[in-house]
Design a protein around this ligand. Structure first.
Ligand code: FAD
Ligand code: NAD
Length: 452
């Protein structure tokens, strides 16, 4: 195969890599992007999009199942689900998005090369596929190789022991599912399978689920899990699995399938990062404000650079690096990165939690006092603002409640634009919406809440 040269070579076409390629192409940089799999990375193929599709299907199914017991006066007959058809629908969405990403990169003028990339030296990468090998030489190289699920030695993936990738491809709902790790993925998928009818048990090592958030934020999620008959074991360690039984230090859990979601590790080994001797930060690649690694001309973006491992962070880094390489005076100056956990209810956060920054206070507004939440039968949860006492600047916003993902844009916008309590308190929020809770939390902080 013919060797190639370019100005910018990107390894990995996930959200970080493909956005970098599109922006670089727009800026006129001669760009090649390599991926061994379909464009879109973890997020599009086996992560964000497939999981949200399954969560949606599970919610629709559960809503019909649960309506008979509700106060609305609606009676429905028991629904059936053909999970194979659901998965085929999800795969159709993934295919459409694969094609869309390919088209966007092509339109921007970036060349996509399929194959596995490995560094030969700081300016050269070897790409191999079934047809052989080719070398690609570039002035700048961006490592966007992402992450892979962490495997526990006593629960190796395979058979009935699943990573999120296999769980998202199941064609039958397991009667029982043990989820090892009650973080983002474990709770998003665990909740979905509980709604589809599995008996779900979550085995979490920390003293509570979603330990990176405070207890108040996770309490409504824990309550809902209990209502869905999900058993949550905390401070618990899984030890092994045999013949339908998961052993833990707190006893045995019967499980047809075991989903292991104990975090993700950077994909550095296959890329040849070790051989380049780049400086690492723990297992991740260390980067500076422009995503430069310790070797001149080599950048790293996205999950391979560590937490928060979120698609929109990877995308923002990809865009910035392309602009930096094109000569723009840019650096990472984001005030906060929003995060949404698509549990039930959803948790949306941006910026500092209460107590994280000295000289800050917090105030919250419960959805129990919000008309829209009542009309949607979703009075669980609250919105909370964290602000600086000295100038009332908002440094953090968190919410737990139904559909909070869509409200998260208001949170990041407020913090990015340096809003203070008075700005949001004086902004008219449409009625009746749950967004009024944000305005009320600010009014409450100022001592004159109107609806509580
Ligand atoms: P990736 O998306 O991992 O892409 C890396 C790409 O590099 C892959 O396509 C891979 O094939 C390629 N690659 C790796 N090594 C090589 C090599 N040697 N040669 C060629 N190609 C290579 N984040 C959110 O923000 N919101 C969510 O709702 C969300 N849900 C998630 C749900 C699940 C189940 C999972 C697993 C993750 C979820 N995430 C979510 C996290 C999100 O998927 C990642 O943060 C995001 O994909 C990281 O993007 P990236 O570009 O850094 O890497
Ligand atoms: P996570 O870090 O969110 O959760 C892992 C959980 O496993 C933690 O609660 C941890 O205490 C627990 N744990 C670790 N070792 C354990 C053990 N041996 N036994 C029992 N519990 C154990 O990791 P994840 O859920 O695998 O997700 C990985 C990353 O993917 C996240 O950090 C997140 O950045 C990203 N993600 C984001 C979203 C989203 O934005 N909605 C969704 C899914 C994944």
């Amino acid at each position: 195969m013919t060797d190639l040269t370019c100005k910018l070579l990107i390894i990995g076409a996930g959200p970080g890599g493909y956005v970098c390629a599109i922006r670089a192409g727009q800026l006129g940089l001669d760009t090649i992007i390599v991926d061994e799999a379909a464009p879109g990375g973890t997020c599009l193929n086996v992560g964000c999009i497939p999981s949200k599709a399954l969560i949606h299907a599970a919610e629709e199914f559960h809503r019909i199942t649960a309506v008979n017991d509700g106060p609305l006066g609606i009676q429905a007959s028991a629904p059936q689900i053909d999970l194979a058809q659901t998965v085929a629908w999800k795969d159709g969405i993934v295919n459409r998005l694969n094609t869309g990403v390919s088209g966007l990169m092509k339109k921007a003028g970036a060349r996509f090369v399929q194959g596995r990339a490995r560094f030969l030296d700081g300016k050269t990468v070897v790409v191999s596929d079934d047809d052989g090998e080719r070398e690609i030489r570039a002035e700048h190289i961006v490592i966007a190789s992402g992450s892979a699920p962490v495997e526990l030695p006593f629960l190796p993936f395979g058979g009935d022991i699943l990573s999120s990738t296999e769980a998202l491809a199941l064609t039958e709902v397991p009667d029982s599912l043990a989820v090892v790790g009650g973080g983002y993925i474990g709770l998003e998928l665990g909740t979905a399978f509980a709604k589809l009818g599995s008996k779900v048990t979550v085995v979490e090592a920390a003293d509570r689920i979603l330990p990176s958030y405070d207890k108040a934020l996770t309490a409504p999620v824990a309550k809902r899990l209990a209502a869905l008959d999900v058993t949550v074991m905390t401070g618990a360690k899984a030890q092994g699995f045999a013949e339908g039984v998961l052993q833990t230090d707190q006893g045995e859990v019967a499980a047809d399938k075991v989903l292991v979601t104990v975090g993700r590790r950077p994909r550095t080994a296959g890329v040849g990062v070790e051989e380049l001797a780049l400086t690492l930060d723990g297992p991740f690649i260390k980067i500076d404000k422009t995503c430069q690694t310790s070797m001149r001309g080599i950048y790293a973006i996205g999950d391979v650079t560590g937490e928060p491992m979120l698609a929109h962070r990877a995308m923002a880094q990809g865009e910035m690096v392309a602009e930096h390489i094109a000569g723009h005076a840019v650096e990472w100056d984001k005030r906060a990165i929003p995060a949404v956990c698509f549990t039930d209810p959803e948790i949306a956060t941006c910026g500092a939690l209460p107590g994280e920054i000295e000289g800050t206070k917090s105030s919250e507004f419960p959805f129990m006092a919000n008309g829209r939440a009542m009309t949607c039968e979703r009075e669980d949860g609250f919105i909370r603002v964290v602000w600086r006492e000295s100038d009332h600047a908002i440094v953090g916003i968190q919410a737990v409640g139904a559909q909070m993902s869509e409200l998260s844009a208001a949170f990041s916008l407020a913090i990015e634009m340096g809003a203070c309590l008075e700005d949001i308190a004086a902004t008219i929020h449409a009625h009746p919406t749950q967004s009024e809770g944000l305005q009320e939390a600010c009014l409450r902080a100022l001592g004159h809440a109107l609806h509580i």
